[in-house]
Ligand binder design. Sequence first.
Ligand SMILES: NC(=O)c1ccc[n+]([C@@H]2O[C@H](COP(=O)([O-])OP(=O)(O)OC[C@H]3O[C@@H](n4cnc5c(N)ncnc54)[C@H](O)[C@@H]3O)[C@@H](O)[C@H]2O)c1
Length: 580
Amino acid sequence: MTEYSTSPTGEKFRLPTPEDYSKEFERLKRLVDDRRARGLEIVVVMGLGFVGAVMAAVVADAQDKDGNPTKFVIGMQRPSTRSFWKTPFLNRGISPVISEDPEVPFMINRCVNEKKTLMATYTYDALKLADAVIVDVQCDYLKESLGNVRDGRADMEALEKSIEIIAQNINAQTLVLIETTVAPGTTEQVAYPIMKKVFKKRGIEGEALLAHSFERVMPGKNYVASVRDFWRVCSGVNEEATRRVVKFLNEVINTEKYPLTVLDRPIESETAKIVENSFRATILAFMDEWSLFAERNGVDLTKVINAIKVRPTHSNIMFPGPGIGGYCLPKDGGLGVWAYRHIHGFEDDIFKITPLAININDTRSLHVAQLTRDALRNMGRPIASAEILLLGASYREDVGDTRYSGSELIVRRLTEMGAELRVHDPYVLHWWEFEKQDEYPGNSHGLKRFFRGQEKLKDLRVEQDLKNALEGTDAIILAVRHKHYLNLDPDEVVGNAGGPIAVIDCFGILDDERIKRYFELGCEVKGLGRGHVKRIKDQVREKREQILIDISVKEEKRDLSLSSEDLELLSNGCKLGTED
Ligand SMILES: NC(=O)c1ccc[n+]([C@@H]2O[C@H](COP(=O)([O-])OP(=O)(O)OC[C@H]3O[C@@H](n4cnc5c(N)ncnc54)[C@H](O)[C@@H]3O)[C@@H](O)[C@H]2O)c1
């Protein structure tokens, strides 16, 4: 049966058949012979995902002091129905990943079509031609329950398989650089033994040249710079591997401005990545309890954080938003905790803070559903069958990456509670976690399985027109600090909605003026970490009561003239409940 892979744009590509492989290898050999003759080194990048596609282009764009290209890069993507389309896309010069950084498509097009230093293939035979291989395949952490990262495991399958295939194909002098974020110990205790065994079978004497250097990719406007113009840490399994990885990174990364840190052993480089991300996950998780404290004690956490931030030693204190998403922070600490037992064989439990931080972050957004329920209740509207508009699907501001976003959990929980959800996000065209919720993300490990009543979410589509999305809504949830949401005018929002609504601010988006205005318009406002909204509500209520007193005085004096503002506040104020 002929199999196809369909691109996100809907284009269908036939998967290669056995006959295609030999022809493809002949094509590769011709190209490689030509580039080698011009003095270029051959680099294979395995895995053309978010990281691999851009790293491949950065390497292909490298040049010597005279401006001549130094590397010919073959991006290697396995021909699965899910991912094969990336190969023909890249060969046309089209980026297989969508990025807000205009340099991504520009650089890929330049390297493929002008410099001719970048191409993609589906055949592992490409590895036979490589001087260096970069491994950028995924290494997931699969969680078995919501809010308990210990109940899970590292999914090493793609990585182990890749390493085995690499060892079967490369020559002994090929540098293998693992960039995948791995459980600490993986390079030396998982990958190296695999390579050693395969090399032995192939009769190759000598040690594999294996190294680790992690990516610090940041989605967003500076995507390319976060790969190329940023500090790197690296280490090899032996002296020669370390020498080679240092030489390679010096040739492709801007190490003059961002010097390399060379560590003694790969486990140190691997641990650096995990600690770096666990640190960030922890400082965010730590704010969750203070966020609740703030909500219950009339404190505006955003102002507290800004007050602390002026102290240079505390400048990286952060407001956590509705959960901590993205591909890395929710899983990386889990890889470390898992490695301690399953790679290093320890039985005791030394980890307290790292798993706790992930568990807090993984469930923080559920509180948003409670705030929405309470705000609607205060307006006399039940959550069941309420129309709710979520503003922002991605995991951080001004990017289109929805992986493990807190917004997903908000939608799932509110749906479970009977609400009808709509979504707006200017950066997200398809929210695959819902549209393809039975197959994405893979390994049947989507968040759907932790909630009931999720079937209808397959039909959830991301609205691009905010005005349309607002029409007839009972509540809006400001979930992400996209620039489009920072200055929304309350009068317009309420006007487009067709009347007073509940407004839930998850990310310190509303200033006090806007909060006040929403209350004046008869809306209910709640926010993560924003306990002071109650004070503003009381002020609006007091003002309304004062107007009522004024009316009765005027009535006594038989003078019933009222300003239009007072009239408006009075009529909207009737809707202002007394509950908190
Ligand atoms: N995305 C980020 O922001 C980010 C940041 C820093 C580090 N990282 C790390 O980088 C690594 C890669 O992440 P990503 O976001 O690019 O993942 P991804 O899932 O987007 O990409 C992985 C790619 O590898 C391919 N692949 C898997 N097995 C293969 C094989 N045997 N041969 C060829 N291709 C294969 C997959 O099909 C996919 O295209 C992860 O370890 C991640 O933790 C990611």
